[in-house]
Design a binder for this molecule. Sequence first.
Ligand code: PLP
Length: 379
Amino acid sequence: MAARPAESGIRAIFDRAAELEGSGRSIVHLEIGRPHRSSPEPAREAAEAALRRGDVHYTASRGTGELRSAIAGSLSKRGVDRDPDTELVVTAGGSEALLASLMATLQPGDEALVPTPAWPHYAGQLALAGARCVEIPCRAVDGFRPDPERLEAAITPRTRLVVVSSPSNPSGAVFGDDALAAIAELCERHDLIALSDEIYERFVYDGEHVSIGSLPGMRPRTIVANSFSKAYAMTGWRVGWVEAPAALATAINAVHQHLSVCAASFAQAGAAAALGQAERFVAELVDEYHERGRQLSAGLERIDALETVPLAGAFYAFPRVATGESGTALATRLLEQAGVAAVPGAVFGDGFENHIRISYAVEQSELAEGLERVREALA
Ligand code: PLP
Protein backbone atom coordinates (compact mmCIF):
# COMPACT_ATOMS: atom_id res chain seq x y z
CA MET A 1 0.00 0.00 0.00
CA ALA A 2 1.43 3.38 -0.99
CA ALA A 3 2.04 5.93 1.77
CA ARG A 4 -0.63 8.59 1.90
CA PRO A 5 0.47 12.18 1.38
CA ALA A 6 0.18 14.54 4.33
CA GLU A 7 -2.19 17.50 4.19
CA SER A 8 -0.80 20.48 2.25
CA GLY A 9 1.17 22.85 4.48
CA ILE A 10 0.31 25.74 2.15
CA ARG A 11 -3.39 25.06 2.54
CA ALA A 12 -3.01 24.86 6.35
CA ILE A 13 -1.79 28.48 6.43
CA PHE A 14 -4.45 29.57 3.92
CA ASP A 15 -7.21 27.98 6.03
CA ARG A 16 -5.96 29.55 9.28
CA ALA A 17 -5.68 32.95 7.55
CA ALA A 18 -9.27 32.60 6.34
CA GLU A 19 -10.37 31.67 9.87
CA LEU A 20 -8.71 34.80 11.31
CA GLU A 21 -10.27 36.91 8.56
CA GLY A 22 -13.65 35.39 9.37
CA SER A 23 -13.25 36.63 12.94
CA GLY A 24 -12.71 40.19 11.68
CA ARG A 25 -8.87 40.38 11.50
CA SER A 26 -7.19 42.11 8.58
CA ILE A 27 -4.87 39.64 6.84
CA VAL A 28 -2.39 40.34 4.03
CA HIS A 29 -2.25 37.22 1.88
CA LEU A 30 1.31 36.50 0.81
CA GLU A 31 0.89 32.74 1.17
CA ILE A 32 -0.93 31.59 -1.91
CA GLY A 33 0.35 31.26 -5.48
CA ARG A 34 -2.72 32.70 -7.11
CA PRO A 35 -2.57 35.63 -9.55
CA HIS A 36 -4.58 38.51 -8.15
CA ARG A 37 -6.32 39.35 -11.45
CA SER A 38 -9.49 37.75 -12.74
CA SER A 39 -9.22 35.46 -15.79
CA PRO A 40 -9.11 37.09 -19.26
CA GLU A 41 -12.44 38.34 -20.58
CA PRO A 42 -12.33 36.27 -23.84
CA ALA A 43 -11.88 33.08 -21.77
CA ARG A 44 -14.84 33.91 -19.54
CA GLU A 45 -17.02 34.79 -22.53
CA ALA A 46 -16.09 31.61 -24.42
CA ALA A 47 -16.85 29.43 -21.37
CA GLU A 48 -20.22 31.15 -20.90
CA ALA A 49 -21.04 30.70 -24.60
CA ALA A 50 -20.06 27.02 -24.37
CA LEU A 51 -22.44 26.54 -21.44
CA ARG A 52 -25.24 28.36 -23.26
CA ARG A 53 -24.90 26.23 -26.38
CA GLY A 54 -25.02 23.08 -24.25
CA ASP A 55 -21.36 22.14 -24.27
CA VAL A 56 -21.86 20.23 -21.03
CA HIS A 57 -20.89 16.67 -21.86
CA TYR A 58 -17.73 14.58 -21.61
CA THR A 59 -15.12 15.53 -24.17
CA ALA A 60 -12.47 13.27 -25.69
CA SER A 61 -10.24 12.34 -22.77
CA ARG A 62 -7.21 13.87 -24.49
CA GLY A 63 -9.17 17.12 -24.68
CA THR A 64 -11.25 18.84 -27.35
CA GLY A 65 -9.71 19.08 -30.80
CA GLU A 66 -10.18 22.84 -30.56
CA LEU A 67 -8.07 23.15 -27.42
CA ARG A 68 -5.36 20.72 -28.52
CA SER A 69 -4.98 22.58 -31.83
CA ALA A 70 -4.82 25.87 -29.94
CA ILE A 71 -2.10 24.50 -27.62
CA ALA A 72 -0.12 23.07 -30.55
CA GLY A 73 -0.46 26.41 -32.39
CA SER A 74 0.69 28.40 -29.39
CA LEU A 75 3.66 26.06 -28.85
CA SER A 76 4.68 26.24 -32.48
CA LYS A 77 4.81 30.06 -32.28
CA ARG A 78 7.45 29.52 -29.59
CA GLY A 79 9.39 26.99 -31.63
CA VAL A 80 7.96 23.78 -30.10
CA ASP A 81 6.44 21.34 -32.52
CA ARG A 82 3.80 18.94 -31.08
CA ASP A 83 1.26 16.74 -32.84
CA PRO A 84 -2.08 17.68 -31.24
CA ASP A 85 -3.52 14.20 -31.85
CA THR A 86 -0.74 12.08 -30.38
CA GLU A 87 1.56 14.23 -28.23
CA LEU A 88 -0.81 16.35 -26.12
CA VAL A 89 -3.19 15.41 -23.31
CA VAL A 90 -5.40 18.05 -21.71
CA THR A 91 -5.75 17.48 -17.96
CA ALA A 92 -7.55 18.86 -14.91
CA GLY A 93 -4.83 21.44 -14.18
CA GLY A 94 -1.07 21.07 -14.01
CA SER A 95 -1.54 19.01 -10.86
CA GLU A 96 -3.25 16.21 -12.73
CA ALA A 97 -0.76 16.53 -15.59
CA LEU A 98 2.02 15.79 -13.09
CA LEU A 99 0.21 13.02 -11.20
CA ALA A 100 -0.83 11.20 -14.38
CA SER A 101 2.74 11.47 -15.70
CA LEU A 102 4.22 10.05 -12.49
CA MET A 103 1.68 7.22 -12.31
CA ALA A 104 2.21 6.33 -15.96
CA THR A 105 5.99 6.15 -15.71
CA LEU A 106 6.81 4.86 -12.23
CA GLN A 107 6.39 1.48 -10.59
CA PRO A 108 6.02 1.10 -6.81
CA GLY A 109 9.50 1.31 -5.29
CA ASP A 110 10.96 3.40 -8.11
CA GLU A 111 12.82 6.55 -7.14
CA ALA A 112 12.47 10.09 -8.44
CA LEU A 113 14.98 12.88 -7.85
CA VAL A 114 13.40 16.13 -6.71
CA PRO A 115 15.67 19.17 -6.35
CA THR A 116 14.46 21.09 -3.30
CA PRO A 117 13.12 23.48 -2.12
CA ALA A 118 10.20 22.24 -4.21
CA TRP A 119 6.44 22.46 -4.51
CA PRO A 120 5.35 19.87 -1.89
CA HIS A 121 2.88 18.16 -4.20
CA TYR A 122 5.73 16.34 -5.98
CA ALA A 123 6.40 14.38 -2.78
CA GLY A 124 2.67 13.88 -2.19
CA GLN A 125 2.08 12.66 -5.73
CA LEU A 126 5.10 10.35 -5.62
CA ALA A 127 3.62 8.85 -2.46
CA LEU A 128 0.36 8.27 -4.36
CA ALA A 129 2.35 6.56 -7.13
CA GLY A 130 4.05 4.36 -4.51
CA ALA A 131 7.42 5.78 -5.54
CA ARG A 132 10.19 7.28 -3.42
CA CYS A 133 10.84 11.00 -3.43
CA VAL A 134 14.59 11.55 -3.16
CA GLU A 135 15.14 15.16 -2.17
CA ILE A 136 18.25 16.89 -3.50
CA PRO A 137 18.65 20.13 -1.53
CA CYS A 138 19.88 23.10 -3.57
CA ARG A 139 21.90 25.85 -1.90
CA ALA A 140 21.15 29.53 -1.67
CA VAL A 141 24.75 30.25 -2.74
CA ASP A 142 23.97 28.44 -6.01
CA GLY A 143 20.83 30.56 -6.43
CA PHE A 144 18.82 27.40 -5.57
CA ARG A 145 19.83 25.80 -8.88
CA PRO A 146 20.60 22.07 -8.62
CA ASP A 147 24.18 20.86 -8.34
CA PRO A 148 24.57 18.06 -10.96
CA GLU A 149 27.14 16.26 -8.81
CA ARG A 150 24.70 16.01 -5.93
CA LEU A 151 22.01 14.80 -8.32
CA GLU A 152 24.28 12.13 -9.75
CA ALA A 153 25.41 10.97 -6.30
CA ALA A 154 21.77 10.18 -5.45
CA ILE A 155 21.15 7.97 -8.51
CA THR A 156 20.57 4.28 -7.75
CA PRO A 157 19.43 1.36 -9.94
CA ARG A 158 15.82 2.29 -8.94
CA THR A 159 16.07 5.89 -10.13
CA ARG A 160 13.72 6.45 -13.06
CA LEU A 161 12.93 10.12 -13.23
CA VAL A 162 14.08 13.61 -12.32
CA VAL A 163 11.68 16.47 -11.68
CA VAL A 164 12.81 19.73 -13.32
CA SER A 165 10.92 22.73 -12.02
CA SER A 166 12.09 25.99 -13.56
CA PRO A 167 11.12 28.71 -12.78
CA SER A 168 10.83 27.27 -9.31
CA ASN A 169 8.16 27.46 -6.70
CA PRO A 170 9.19 28.42 -3.96
CA SER A 171 12.66 29.82 -4.71
CA GLY A 172 11.95 31.74 -7.93
CA ALA A 173 15.15 30.19 -9.35
CA VAL A 174 15.46 29.82 -13.12
CA PHE A 175 17.80 27.02 -14.20
CA GLY A 176 20.39 28.31 -16.65
CA ASP A 177 21.63 26.55 -19.77
CA ASP A 178 24.48 24.92 -17.82
CA ALA A 179 22.24 23.39 -15.18
CA LEU A 180 19.77 22.13 -17.79
CA ALA A 181 22.54 20.68 -19.97
CA ALA A 182 24.04 18.90 -16.97
CA ILE A 183 20.67 17.40 -15.98
CA ALA A 184 20.05 16.38 -19.61
CA GLU A 185 23.42 14.67 -19.73
CA LEU A 186 22.60 12.74 -16.53
CA CYS A 187 19.22 11.71 -17.96
CA GLU A 188 20.85 10.32 -21.08
CA ARG A 189 23.68 8.56 -19.26
CA HIS A 190 21.41 6.97 -16.62
CA ASP A 191 18.37 6.49 -18.85
CA LEU A 192 16.08 8.78 -16.84
CA ILE A 193 12.89 10.61 -17.76
CA ALA A 194 12.82 14.38 -17.18
CA LEU A 195 9.46 15.54 -15.88
CA SER A 196 9.58 19.24 -16.62
CA ASP A 197 7.06 21.34 -14.71
CA GLU A 198 6.78 24.48 -16.85
CA ILE A 199 3.77 26.04 -15.19
CA TYR A 200 5.73 29.26 -14.49
CA GLU A 201 7.50 29.34 -17.88
CA ARG A 202 6.05 32.75 -18.80
CA PHE A 203 7.28 34.32 -15.56
CA VAL A 204 10.97 34.62 -16.44
CA TYR A 205 12.26 38.14 -15.81
CA ASP A 206 15.68 38.04 -17.43
CA GLY A 207 15.94 36.26 -20.79
CA GLU A 208 13.72 33.46 -22.06
CA HIS A 209 12.48 30.20 -20.61
CA VAL A 210 14.35 27.14 -21.93
CA SER A 211 12.67 23.73 -21.78
CA ILE A 212 14.94 20.79 -21.02
CA GLY A 213 12.96 18.95 -23.72
CA SER A 214 14.50 21.23 -26.37
CA LEU A 215 18.06 20.08 -25.58
CA PRO A 216 19.71 17.60 -27.95
CA GLY A 217 18.52 14.05 -27.34
CA MET A 218 15.96 15.04 -24.69
CA ARG A 219 12.70 15.12 -26.60
CA PRO A 220 12.10 11.33 -26.41
CA ARG A 221 12.68 11.30 -22.66
CA THR A 222 10.97 14.54 -21.57
CA ILE A 223 7.42 15.00 -20.32
CA VAL A 224 6.30 18.62 -19.97
CA ALA A 225 3.49 19.53 -17.57
CA ASN A 226 1.87 22.92 -18.08
CA SER A 227 -1.29 24.76 -17.12
CA PHE A 228 -3.51 27.78 -17.65
CA SER A 229 -3.60 28.46 -13.91
CA LYS A 230 -0.81 30.98 -13.48
CA ALA A 231 -0.11 32.72 -16.82
CA TYR A 232 -3.81 33.19 -17.60
CA ALA A 233 -4.96 33.63 -13.98
CA MET A 234 -7.24 30.60 -14.36
CA THR A 235 -6.46 28.64 -11.18
CA GLY A 236 -10.09 27.72 -10.56
CA TRP A 237 -10.76 26.44 -14.07
CA ARG A 238 -8.62 23.35 -13.62
CA VAL A 239 -7.18 23.07 -17.12
CA GLY A 240 -3.62 22.00 -17.85
CA TRP A 241 -1.85 19.77 -20.30
CA VAL A 242 0.93 17.27 -20.87
CA GLU A 243 3.36 17.29 -23.81
CA ALA A 244 5.08 13.95 -24.36
CA PRO A 245 6.29 11.60 -27.08
CA ALA A 246 3.34 9.62 -28.49
CA ALA A 247 3.89 6.36 -26.56
CA LEU A 248 4.26 8.18 -23.23
CA ALA A 249 1.27 10.41 -24.01
CA THR A 250 -0.84 7.29 -24.61
CA ALA A 251 0.21 5.83 -21.25
CA ILE A 252 -0.44 9.15 -19.50
CA ASN A 253 -3.84 9.47 -21.16
CA ALA A 254 -4.77 6.00 -19.87
CA VAL A 255 -4.05 7.10 -16.28
CA HIS A 256 -5.84 10.41 -16.88
CA GLN A 257 -8.94 8.51 -18.04
CA HIS A 258 -9.03 6.80 -14.66
CA LEU A 259 -8.25 9.94 -12.67
CA SER A 260 -10.64 12.46 -14.21
CA VAL A 261 -11.92 11.15 -17.59
CA CYS A 262 -11.50 14.61 -19.14
CA ALA A 263 -11.10 18.25 -18.16
CA ALA A 264 -14.37 20.22 -17.84
CA SER A 265 -15.89 20.82 -21.30
CA PHE A 266 -16.75 24.53 -20.96
CA ALA A 267 -13.45 25.25 -19.16
CA GLN A 268 -11.64 23.80 -22.19
CA ALA A 269 -13.60 26.17 -24.47
CA GLY A 270 -12.50 29.09 -22.30
CA ALA A 271 -8.89 27.91 -22.28
CA ALA A 272 -8.83 27.70 -26.10
CA ALA A 273 -10.07 31.29 -26.30
CA ALA A 274 -7.43 32.39 -23.78
CA LEU A 275 -4.68 30.97 -25.97
CA GLY A 276 -5.96 32.76 -29.05
CA GLN A 277 -6.97 36.08 -27.54
CA ALA A 278 -5.22 36.77 -24.26
CA GLU A 279 -1.52 37.07 -25.07
CA ARG A 280 -1.59 40.75 -24.13
CA PHE A 281 -3.12 39.82 -20.79
CA VAL A 282 -0.24 37.39 -20.12
CA ALA A 283 2.41 39.92 -21.12
CA GLU A 284 0.87 42.55 -18.83
CA LEU A 285 0.62 40.11 -15.92
CA VAL A 286 4.26 39.11 -16.35
CA ASP A 287 5.36 42.77 -16.48
CA GLU A 288 3.31 43.49 -13.40
CA TYR A 289 4.90 40.67 -11.38
CA HIS A 290 8.35 41.63 -12.63
CA GLU A 291 7.71 45.03 -11.12
CA ARG A 292 6.24 43.51 -7.95
CA GLY A 293 9.37 41.35 -7.59
CA ARG A 294 11.50 44.50 -7.70
CA GLN A 295 9.25 46.07 -5.05
CA LEU A 296 9.65 43.00 -2.83
CA SER A 297 13.43 42.83 -3.31
CA ALA A 298 13.75 46.50 -2.39
CA GLY A 299 11.54 45.96 0.68
CA LEU A 300 13.48 42.88 1.80
CA GLU A 301 16.76 44.78 1.51
CA ARG A 302 15.53 46.98 4.33
CA ILE A 303 14.78 43.96 6.56
CA ASP A 304 18.09 42.62 7.89
CA ALA A 305 16.45 39.56 9.41
CA LEU A 306 15.42 38.22 5.98
CA GLU A 307 18.14 37.30 3.47
CA THR A 308 17.10 36.64 -0.10
CA VAL A 309 18.70 35.73 -3.41
CA PRO A 310 17.90 37.78 -6.56
CA LEU A 311 14.41 36.96 -7.85
CA ALA A 312 14.63 35.47 -11.34
CA GLY A 313 11.23 33.93 -12.06
CA ALA A 314 7.79 32.71 -10.92
CA PHE A 315 6.31 35.02 -8.27
CA TYR A 316 7.85 33.88 -5.02
CA ALA A 317 10.71 34.86 -2.75
CA PHE A 318 12.22 32.34 -0.34
CA PRO A 319 14.20 34.36 2.20
CA ARG A 320 16.24 32.84 5.00
CA VAL A 321 15.36 33.98 8.51
CA ALA A 322 18.71 35.20 9.83
CA THR A 323 17.65 35.64 13.47
CA GLY A 324 17.72 31.97 14.36
CA GLU A 325 13.92 31.87 14.66
CA SER A 326 12.54 28.96 12.62
CA GLY A 327 10.49 29.67 9.52
CA THR A 328 7.55 27.91 11.16
CA ALA A 329 7.78 30.05 14.31
CA LEU A 330 8.12 33.22 12.25
CA ALA A 331 5.25 32.35 9.90
CA THR A 332 3.03 31.61 12.91
CA ARG A 333 4.02 34.86 14.61
CA LEU A 334 3.50 36.87 11.42
CA LEU A 335 0.06 35.40 10.90
CA GLU A 336 -1.21 35.48 14.48
CA GLN A 337 0.31 38.80 15.57
CA ALA A 338 0.99 40.87 12.45
CA GLY A 339 -1.77 39.56 10.16
CA VAL A 340 0.56 38.51 7.32
CA ALA A 341 0.21 35.04 5.84
CA ALA A 342 3.44 33.43 4.53
CA VAL A 343 4.41 29.77 4.23
CA PRO A 344 7.07 28.12 6.46
CA GLY A 345 10.08 26.85 4.49
CA ALA A 346 9.86 23.36 6.04
CA VAL A 347 6.88 22.71 3.74
CA PHE A 348 9.25 22.75 0.73
CA GLY A 349 11.74 20.13 1.87
CA ASP A 350 14.19 19.06 4.56
CA GLY A 351 16.85 21.61 5.30
CA PHE A 352 14.72 24.69 4.64
CA GLU A 353 13.35 25.09 8.15
CA ASN A 354 14.93 28.56 8.40
CA HIS A 355 13.10 29.96 5.40
CA ILE A 356 9.68 31.37 4.61
CA ARG A 357 7.97 31.69 1.22
CA ILE A 358 6.43 34.98 0.23
CA SER A 359 4.17 35.16 -2.84
CA TYR A 360 4.14 38.48 -4.65
CA ALA A 361 1.21 37.73 -6.97
CA VAL A 362 -0.77 40.48 -5.23
CA GLU A 363 -1.74 44.12 -5.64
CA GLN A 364 1.06 46.63 -5.19
CA SER A 365 -0.66 48.16 -2.14
CA GLU A 366 -1.12 44.76 -0.51
CA LEU A 367 2.55 43.92 -0.96
CA ALA A 368 3.54 47.31 0.48
CA GLU A 369 1.29 46.77 3.50
CA GLY A 370 2.57 43.21 3.98
CA LEU A 371 6.20 44.34 3.81
CA GLU A 372 5.55 47.07 6.37
CA ARG A 373 3.94 44.62 8.78
CA VAL A 374 6.82 42.13 8.36
CA ARG A 375 9.37 44.90 8.91
CA GLU A 376 7.66 45.99 12.13
CA ALA A 377 7.33 42.41 13.38
CA LEU A 378 11.05 41.83 12.83
CA ALA A 379 12.25 45.25 14.04
N1 PLP B 1 3.48 23.10 -10.36
C1 PLP B 1 3.85 24.06 -9.52
C2 PLP B 1 5.31 24.29 -9.29
C3 PLP B 1 2.89 24.82 -8.82
O1 PLP B 1 3.29 25.78 -8.00
C4 PLP B 1 1.52 24.54 -9.05
C5 PLP B 1 0.48 25.30 -8.34
O2 PLP B 1 0.72 26.05 -7.43
C6 PLP B 1 1.18 23.53 -9.97
C7 PLP B 1 2.19 22.83 -10.60
C8 PLP B 1 -0.23 23.13 -10.27
O3 PLP B 1 -1.08 24.10 -10.67
P1 PLP B 1 -2.51 23.79 -11.27
O4 PLP B 1 -2.90 22.42 -10.86
O5 PLP B 1 -3.39 24.85 -10.70
O6 PLP B 1 -2.40 23.90 -12.75
